[in-house]
Design a protein around this ligand. Structure first.
Ligand code: CAA
Length: 240
């Protein structure tokens, strides 16, 4: 029986690559998106993957959104918590809104999604949750106290939930991407980005497919002994 997956932020960037790769592996994918309907329609037209709109930072909207996916496609076996935003700025310039938006979306979204799927996964005795962290959650990054805190929180969330899921056949893992060639990274000022790329031993930005490859590994049927781990995919930028 084909597995059903939700990829949050699944119509663009890294999420799009994950949606497409899982579909290629025979998984039925629901690609969640927050607000860019034109892009979601273009994505669905091009890939045939259905898109579902809700804001993962909104608890009630997420419960309703997951229920809509399950009504359309069946019980959800795989969740990839990929939705993420940046509101970069030094602490002194950072507003309360910029802090809250990033924490509520990037970290809060992992909570709202897990709450929506965990009981069903437990009842069926199988589940895969992959949370997309960041090298900047591992190493910190100037101008990103909000983003680094949220992404670092994802790594703790992953290890705690992995312990809760293990006896029910639910694995929970994280991937920590480095700088990947997406719209998010393209928004970093050019001179700043050039200095960052200079510090990547592989000497280039990563490609979204290189993160999707890691997700495919972690959600595989025979990956049941891999849980609570963080897979760094960063071109050697940060090793630990
Ligand atoms: N280390 C030390 N000092 C730094 C610094 C750094 N990395 N970057 C900037 N500074 C210094 C500047 O030299 C400057 O010093 P002076 O005031 O003495 O001249 C001071 O900090 C202020 O710098 P700016 O004028 O650039 O400040 P700003 O407020 O205009 O912008 C910033 C700051 C928003 C942080 C900008 O530098 C920036 O966008 N940096 C990139 C942040 C980044 O890497 N974001 C990643 C986005 S992609 C992503 O997040 C995906 C992922 O998971 C990897």
């Amino acid at each position: 029986m084909a597995r059903v997956a939700i990829v949050t932020g699944g119509t663009r960037g890294i999420g799009e690559a994950i949606s497409v790769m899982l579909t290629g592996l025979g998984v039925t994918v629901a690609a969640n998106y927050a607000g860019n309907t034109a892009r979601a329609e273009e994505f669905t037209g091009r890939t045939g993957i259905r898109a579902f709109q809700w804001d993962v930072s909104d608890f009630d909207a997420t419960q309703a959104g997951v229920a809509a996916v399950e009504a359309a496609l069946g019980p959800v076996d795989i969740v990839v918590n990929n939705a993420g935003i940046t509101r970069d700025g030094t602490l002194m310039k950072m507003s309360k809104a910029s802090w809250n938006e990033v924490i509520d979306t990037n970290l809060g979204g992992c909570f709202t999604m897990a709450k929506a799927v965990f009981t069903g996964m437990k009842e069926r005795g199988w589940g895969r949750i992959v949370n997309i962290g960041s090298v900047n959650g591992q190493a910190g990054q100037y101008g990103q106290v909000n983003y680094a805190a949220a992404k670092s929180g994802i790594h703790g969330f992953t290890k705690a939930l992995a312990q809760e899921g293990a006896r029910f056949g639910i694995t929970v893992n994280a991937i920590a991407p480095g700088y990947i060639d997406t719209d998010m990274v393209a928004a970093v000022p050019g001179d700043v980005l050039a200095k960052i790329v200079q510090r990547i031993p592989v000497g280039r930005l990563g490609q979204a497919n290189e993160i999707a490859r890691g997700v495919a590994f972690l959600v595989a049927e025979d990956a049941g002994f891999v849980t609570g781990s963080t897979l760094s995919i960063n071109g050697g930028q940060h090793m630990y």
